[in-house]
Design a binder for this molecule. Structure first.
Ligand code: KG4
Ligand code: ZN
Length: 351
């Protein structure tokens, strides 16, 4: 089966072509066989230079840039994969959550492509896409497992029971982890996106230089990063020297506070829900310190196994959307516009 995945939920225009083949070995009756996955093309057209001067994504500029990029990016992905559009069996496109203008560009492109080509199309939840990134490489986790999804818009803990069934067990009460990284980068004039810049600078800094607060929130698996962000802002305003070392120390101390909380809550949740496997996903999962600390803490906990998608599959990409589209292929062909409307208010009444 060949799938063309499309992702335009924020500021990256992405397209990927996946080939999925069932393994020869038989599987138990009623069990979904896990296919062999070949990633034939995985393109991400970034808009960093558009949004960098503003220190964050400007939604109107993002959707305009998606309009320019979506066709060439999809065509290039097919060309690199060496696959004609006619051979594609399924179109998978992000239907939400995300910026509504950006989402509509990808959705309408996919719907038009589906209409003219007759290829069925399935709308995919962006977070389900991040969760599906664990299936793009081997080894793969087995169900049920615990997932931490940390991105620019989400910081959530899920118990994942199957590729399409996952239950939210904790989430941020204010800022997402990636959003906190981006805001700290803005305070220090490090540009957008902030996560990679903060983590690069943090590598030169002292993580103990500043004792930033950790919001533990009792036994809850929720997160809160707004107090930490305010503490960093106050520290930045108190700085007498704006040296590279001072900035690196702030980045390292901030990153340490985020990583410590993410790792502690994830492992506590894994223990609580009796999950022996933990999967990291979302853009912040590309953070080297988080990856390293989660692996170290899991090793210290004994029989806990950690699965880390490659960094390119952690940040927004269309390969994960194609993979999630595969898991949701039975829904292909639905009127996707309704799904988008229902996320942003009442759907218009159709006759
Ligand atoms: O999943 P993603 O690409 O887009 C959303 O769904 O939001 O995540 C983007 C977020 C941004 O906030 C970015 O700063 C953060 O992930 N990020 C990182 C790193 N790479 C990306 N945060 C910390 N360290 C990184 N290395
Ligand atoms: Zn994302």
């Amino acid at each position: 089966m060949l799938i063309l995945g499309l992702e335009t939920s924020c500021d990256d225009t992405a397209a990927a072509v996946l080939r999925l083949e069932y393994p020869a070995e038989s599987v138990a009756e009623g069990e979904e066989p896990c296919p062999e996955v070949s990633i034939l093309a995985n393109l991400v057209q970034s808009q960093t230079e558009v949004h960098n001067p503003y220190g964050g994504v400007v939604p109107e500029l993002a959707s305009r840039r998606h309009l320019e990029n979506i066709h060439p990016v999809a065509a290039t992905a097919l060309a690199r994969a060496g696959v004609e559009l006619e051979r594609i069996d399924l179109l998978a496109v992000t239907q939400g959550p995300g910026l509504v203008g950006s989402l509509l560009v990808g959705l309408n492109f996919a719907k038009a492509l589906s209409l003219v080509s007759g290829i069925p199309c399935v709308g995919v939840d962006h977070i389900a896409g991040h969760l599906a990134s664990a299936f793009l490489s081997r080894p793969r986790p087995s169900f049920p497992y615990l997932a931490l999804t940390v991105s620019g818009g989400h910081s959530s803990i899920f118990v994942v029971e199957s590729p399409t069934r996952f239950t939210l067990q904790g989430q941020t009460r204010d800022d997402a982890a990636g959003e906190a990284f981006d805001k700290v980068a803005k305070l220090l004039h490090l540009g957008y996106p902030g996560g990679p810049a903060v983590s690069r600078l943090a590598a030169q800094g002292d993580p103990q230089a500043f004792a930033f607060p950790r919001a533990r929130l009792g036994e809850s698996f929720d997160f809160s990063f707004s107090g930490l962000k305010t503490a960093v802002a106050n520290q930045v305003h108190r700085l007498t020297s704006w040296s590279e070392q001072a900035k690196a120390d702030i980045c390292a101390s901030f990153q340490e506070a985020v990583v410590e909380i993410l790792v502690a809550k994830t492992l506590a949740a894994a223990r609580h829900f009796s999950c022996r496997q933990v999967v990291l996903s979302g853009g912040v999962a590309a953070n080297p310190r988080l990856r390293q600390e989660l692996v170290a803490a899991a090793a210290g906990a004994g029989d806990m196994e950690v699965f880390l998608p490659e960094p390119d599959f952690c940040t927004d990409n269309a390969a994960m959307i194609a993979m999630a589209g595969f898991f949701n292929r039975h829904r292909a062909g639905r009127l996707l516009a309704m799904d988008v409307y229902s996320r942003f208010g009442a759907a218009p009444a159709y006759p």
